[in-house]
Design a protein around this ligand. Structure first.
Ligand SMILES: [Zn+2]
Length: 385
C-alpha cells in the first residue's frame, strides 16, 4: 500500500527532508526505541518546527552527526530590520519561480531524540564554535524564556540557549539543526508565503526555493505551520509557539474576505482527507482524481500553491495503480513541474517523476488495482521541465 497522504502527513514528510509518496514510511520515521525524547519535533508544514522539551537527564545517546559549517554562497537577498517585525529577508533582485534562494549547512545539529540536559548540551556545542558562529547563534530571536532567572548564571545561560534553539531549530533528517540565515525568513500564511525550504540528506544542507515569482524589494516569507487552518487557529498557534500576532497579508484581510479564505482552506483540508480514502478503497480512482483537481482549483482561487508536487505525484500513483499510463504521465509531468518549483529541479522527487514519465509501467504501483480510466489534470503543464 502506498504511504498515502493526509495533509498532515504531507507536511511531516516534506519537513523531514522532502521525501515523498514513494518513500516508505520506515525511511522517514524517527529512531525507535528511545525511552526519552528531548526534542519533540512538531511539524509545521514544509518546515519550521517547534522543538518541545519533553524530558531531561540520563544521557546523550549520540552527537556523532554534529558538524559545523557555513555556506558562503552568494544569495539574492539581504537581511534587514523591518519596522515592527524585527529582522527579515528582502529580495535584492527579481527571483524566478523555482529559483534556489539559499543553500545552507547547519551551524550544528542535535539528535531529535536525546535524554541529556538540553541547555547543557547546547552550551557544550556552542563552545566548539568560532566566535563569529557563536555570535550568529545568540543574534537569533527567541520566545518563552523562563522568568526569574538572573543573567550571568549558568541556569540563565542554559535557558537562553535553549529558548533560541526552540524558536529557530528546523528538522534536518533525523536531527534538528540551526540555520542562522534561513532562520531570518519571516512567516506568511496561505497565499502569503513565497519561499519553501527542504532538508536534503544527500547534501547535508537545507535548500530554499522560490515557490512563486518574487519581485526585487519584496519580503521573502516561508511558513512556520500548516496554514490550511482558519485565521484564529493559525494566530493562536503562532502566538503560542513563536510569540507574535500574525499580520501577514492573509491574516490582515478584512473579516468578510478572511472568512472566504478560511472556507477555502478548510475545504482543501477536508478534500485531502477525502483523497486519502482512495488507499482504503473507499473512493474510486476517478473520484480521487476529481478531488485532487478540486483541491488544485480551490488552491488557485486562494493562491495556495504549496504541496502541488506531492499532490500530483499522488494522483500519478492512483493512475498507475489503475493502469492508466496516459493519466499517470500527465500527472507525473505536473508533479515534476511543481516539485521543481518547490523542491528544485535537481531534487530526488523531481528525478523520480522523470523516471515515471519515461517509463509509466515501471511505477511501483502499476496495475495494483483494477483497470480504470482517469481524465488527467484539469490544469495541464505547459511542457516538460
Ligand atoms: Zn498570517
Amino acid at each position: 500500500m502506498p504511504p498515502f497522504a493526509s495533509a498532515s502527513e504531507i507536511v511531516r514528510k516534506r519537513k523531514h527532508g522532502g521525501t515523498a509518496l514513494l518513500t516508505p514510511p520506515s525511511q522517514t520515521s524517527k529512531p525507535a526505541g528511545k525511552k526519552y525524547k528531548l526534542w519533540d519535533v512538531v511539524l509545521l508544514p514544509k518546515a519550521l518546527i517547534v522543538v518541545t522539551l519533553l524530558a531531561c537527564g540520563i544521557y546523550l545517546y549520540s552527537i556523532s552527526s554534529i558538524h559545523h559549517s557555513y555556506s558562503t554562497n552568494s544569495v539574492p537577498f539581504r537581511i534587514v530590520e523591518l519596522l515592527g517585525k524585527g529582522k527579515g529577508v528582502i529580495a535584492t533582485r527579481d527571483i524566478r519561480q523555482g529559483e534556489i534562494i539559499l543553500r545552507e549547512k547547519p551551524l550544528f545539529v542535535v539528535p531529535s531524540s536525546i535524554t541529556s540536559s538540553p541547555g547543557a548540551l547546547l552550551l557544550d556545542l556552542l563552545s566548539g564554535l568560532t566566535d563569529k558562529q557563536e555570535a550568529s547563534y545568540y543574534d537569533l530571536s527567541y520566545v518563552n524564556l523562563p522568568q526569574g532567572l538572573h543573567p550571568g548564571t549558568r541556569a540563565y545561560d542554559e535557558a537562553l540557549t535553549l529558548a533560541i534553539f526552540q524558536t529557530n531549530a528546523v528538522s534536518a533528517g533525523q536531527n534538528v539543526g540551526i540555520f542562522p540565515r534561513m532562520a531570518r525568513l519571516n512567516h506568511g500564511c496561505s497565499s502569503a508565503f513565497n519561499a519553501v525550504y527542504t532538508w536534503r540528506e544527500r547534501e547535508g544542507a537545507i535548500v530554499v526555493h522560490a515557490l512563486k515569482p518574487i519581485k526585487e524589494g519584496e519580503e521573502l516569507l516561508t511558513t512556520y505551520t500548516d496554514t490550511k487552518r482558519p485565521r484564529d487557529a493559525r494566530r493562536q498557534f503562532l502566538q503560542q509557539h513563536y510569540g507574535f500576532h500574525c499580520g501577514c497579508a492573509v491574516c490582515s484581510l478584512p473579516t468578510d474576505l478572511s472568512e472566504v479564505s478560511d472556507k477555502r482552506l478548510s475545504a482543501i483540508s477536508e478534500l485531502y482527507q477525502r483523497f486519502s480514502a482512495w488507499q482504503y478503497g473507499q473512493v474510486s480512482g476517478r473520484e480521487a482524481e476529481a478531488v485532487a483537481n478540486e483541491i488544485w482549483a480551490i488552491g488557485e482561487e486562494e493562491g495556495y500553491w504549496s504541496e502541488r508536487g506531492r499532490l500530483a505525484a499522488d494522483v500519478a500513483w492512483v493512475a498507475a495503480a489503475h493502469s492508466d499510463a496516459a493519466a499517470e504521465t500527465a500527472w507525473a509531468r505536473l508533479a515534476l513541474r511543481w516539485y521543481s518549483y518547490e523542491l528544485g529541479a535537481d531534487s530526488e522527487q523531481a528525478e523520480e517523476m522523470r523516471k515515471i514519465v519515461a517509463r509509466p509501467e515501471a511505477h511501483p504501483a502499476w496495475s495494483s488495482r483494477h483497470s480504470e480510466s482517469l481524465e488527467g489534470p484539469w490544469q495541464r503543464p505547459a511542457g516538460d521541465v
